[in-house]
Design a protein around this ligand. Structure first.
Ligand code: NCD
Ligand code: ZN
Length: 301
């Protein structure tokens, strides 16, 4: 007989965009309904850069939470070339932040204040390694001459691997991975490295964005790759390997900003994520591993 219920520990989302103001109030319940905690991305305009910024944003999030709902926002700081290592360490010591986010300058939505010269953040990264504060990484190079479908794998070779070698002990989460190369890189390195996988990258490849007309609501960064990569992601997510866990990258935008001549990047998936994941894991005969992916591997890391 088909089982039609599955009980799992309350999931967490290890990469989420909650935005601010009216959008925050609109989308927060969609996450709080299903998730106990989430790593909250700092790419507001202007970004969440200092401990004081994160403190204020956290208060706005809790204030937007509807009566009777519980949710714990895990705050992050947006790494810039001017980030003060002492401010980061103090925010960590007080329990305010759970991670620091690295955006290569210009890589994605609201990343203009990100890092262009990686030497300038060496001091912050070294301090993070000392205090055990993880770095969440948007792993794409931004060079105009690198094909958009190659930007993640090139980033691993040119930026991520050198940073990790130069900063022993730095704990890194490769976020929203989209390639077999990223899966292989995580598998090849035992300590201090993990990766999040989004819901949408488990179910769409680049054909879904481009075949039969352009589908702006499937466009996000890193952009979905070819089917072989999607299959590698499904394999990683459903394998039970605890270095892979859920980060939805649920990223709401107004329709007007998506459905236009130059539509912005981001897929809003908070509402339907868990049912989609259940379908993906069931198809792989791996429903018994869903809880690891949604609820256990992330907290353990
Ligand atoms: C995110 C957003 O809209 O803030 N967009 C996206 O395509 N994923 C930014 C990000 O996480 O890259
Ligand atoms: Zn994101």
């Amino acid at each position: 007989m088909m089982k039609d219920t599955l009980t799992i520990q309350y999931p967490d989302d290890w990469h989420l965009h909650l935005r601010d103001g009216d959008m925050l109030r609109a989308v927060l319940p969609e996450t709080a309904r299903h998730f106990a905690r989430a790593i909250v991305m700092p790419n507001l305009v202007p970004p969440v850069i200092t401990g004081a910024d994160a403190q204020a944003y956290r208060a706005r999030i809790l204030n937007a939470l509807p009566e009777g709902m519980t949710f714990q926002p895990l705050m992050t700081l947006y790494l810039t070339e001017n980030t003060d290592p002492d401010d980061v360490a103090a925010a960590h010591a007080s329990g305010l932040i759970a991670a620091v986010k690295l955006y290569p300058a210009g890589a994605t939505t609201n990343s203009a204040s990100g890092v262009a010269d990686f030497d300038k953040v060496r001091g912050v990264l070294e301090r993070m390694a000392q205090i055990g504060l993880p770095l969440c990484v948007h792993g794409e190079v931004t060079d105009a001459n690198i094909d958009i479908f190659d930007r993640e794998s090139v980033f691993i070779d040119r930026v991520l691997d050198p940073i990790r070698r130069a900063t022993p002990g730095l704990r890194v989460v490769m976020e929203h991975i989209t390639t077999a190369q990223a899966v292989d890189y995580v598998r090849a390195h035992d300590d201090d490295l993990a990766a999040t996988i989004t819901t949408h990258h488990l179910v769409i490849n680049r054909n879904h964005i481009l075949v039969g007309g352009i589908h702006p609501h499937y466009y996000c960064l890193p952009v979905a790759k070819r089917e072989t990569h999607r299959l590698a992601l499904v394999q990683a997510a459903t394998s039970g390997d605890n270095r892979f866990f859920l980060g939805t990258d649920s990223a709401p935008h107004m329709d007007a900003a998506k459905q236009t001549a130059c539509g912005c990047a981001g897929c809003f998936t908070a509402t339907n994520t868990l049912s989609i994941l259940a379908e993906v894991f069931e198809r792989e005969n791996a429903l018994d591993r869903l809880e690891g992916f949604t609820s256990r591997h992330g907290p353990a890391f």
